[in-house]
Design a protein around this ligand. Structure first.
Ligand code: SF4
Length: 253
C-alpha cells in the first residue's frame, strides 16, 4: 500500500492511514472495501499505517508524483490526530508532488496546515465526482487555494454535467470489478468529458474504460475512438519544470 503505483497518472501511492466510510453512490464497489474484506479486515475502521509505511515519502519514494490515500480519504475526520504529521512529511518532501484526491472537499478548509498560504507548491488538490449530483464538490474544492485543482471522474457513472472552469486537469475512468460487481460505463460519457477538456484547453487523462476484462493490462482498455489520452499537467499553470521525467515534460500546458 505504499509502492510504485500501477495507476498510470501517478508514480507512487502513499497510504499514511487506511479505511474509510462510504459517502456516496460512487463508493458502492469501493476497491479498498473489496480488498480489505478479502483479507478479513474491517474497511470501515480507520487505522494509522505502521511507521515504515507512514514515512515512505521520506525514505523510499522517487516520485515525482505521489497519490495520497488510495485506501482512505486524506480529509476523513477519523485521521485528524495523524494529519499534522502527514503535512509535516509533505512539507519536508519538496522533490515530490502530492496528489490529494477527496470526496470530502467541505472538510478541507479546517484541516489545512497553518502555513498553507496560497497552497503548498508540491500539493495538487482534487475531488472525485462520478455523478452530476455530486458536482458541488468542484465548487467546494475551488474555494481552497491550491497550486493545481483537478477532477477525477472515476467511476464515471453518467454524463457529467459539470462546470470545469478553474479546473486544471481531468482524469476519467470506468468502474471495474469481478463478475458483475461494476456499473458499465458509456463511451459517450468519456467523449463528453474529453471534448469539454479540449474545448477549454485543459489536459485529459483516460485511465480505463472499465468492466471486468483487462485489455493490455487495464480494465476495458484505454483507447477511446482508437486514441490514448495520457495528458498529465506540468506543475501549476504552465510554469517551467526541471528534473521531471519525460512523461511530464512531454506535456506543455
Ligand atoms: S470515499 Fe473512496 S475510499 Fe472512501 S469508501 Fe468511498 S470510494 Fe472508498
Amino acid at each position: 500500500m505504499g509502492e510504485r503505483s500501477h495507476i498510470g497518472w501517478t508514480d507512487d501511492t502513499w497510504n499514511p492511514w487506511q479505511g474509510c466510510h462510504k459517502v456516496s453512490e460512487e463508493c458502492r464497489y469501493c476497491y479498498m472495501y473489496r480488498e480489505k474484506m478479502r483479507y478479513g479486515q474491517d474497511p470501515s475502521t480507520i487505522i494509522r499505517s505502521r511507521p515504515q509505511t507512514f514515512n515512505l515519502p521520506l525514505t523510499r519514494f522517487k516520485g515525482p508524483l505521489v497519490f495520497v490515500c488510495s485506501w482512505s480519504d486524506f480529509f476523513i475526520p477519523d485521521a485528524d490526530a495523524w494529519r499534522p504529521e502527514a503535512w509535516q512529511i509533505i512539507r519536508h518532501s519538496p522533490h515530490l508532488t502530492f496528489q490529494i484526491l477527496t470526496k470530502r472537499p467541505h472538510l478541507i478548509g479546517n484541516r489545512l496546515p497553518h502555513d498553507w498560504g496560497a497552497g503548498f507548491p508540491n500539493v495538487w488538490l482534487g475531488v472525485s465526482v462520478g455523478m452530476s449530483k455530486y458536482a458541488h464538490r468542484l465548487a467546494e474544492l475551488l474555494q481552497i487555494p491550491a497550486r493545481l485543482h483537478f477532477l477525477s471522474a472515476e467511476p464515471l457513472l453518467e454524463r457529467l454535467q459539470v462546470n470545469l472552469s478553474g479546473i486544471d486537469w481531468v482524469i476519467a475512468g470506468g468502474e471495474s470489478g469481478a463478475g458483475n460487481n461494476y456499473r458499465p460505463a458509456d463511451r459517450d460519457h468519456f467523449r463528453h468529458l474529453r471534448d469539454m477538456c479540449k474545448d477549454i484547453g485543459i489536459p485529459f487523462y483516460l485511465k480505463q474504460l472499465g468492466g471486468n476484462i483487462k485489455i493490455n493490462g487495464v480494465y476495458g482498455g484505454r483507447r477511446l475512438d482508437l486514441a490514448l489520452h495520457d495528458d498529465i499537467p506540468t506543475f501549476g499553470r504552465g510554469e517551467a519544470l526541471t528534473g521531471l521525467p519525460e512523461k511530464l515534460n512531454a506535456q506543455n500546458y
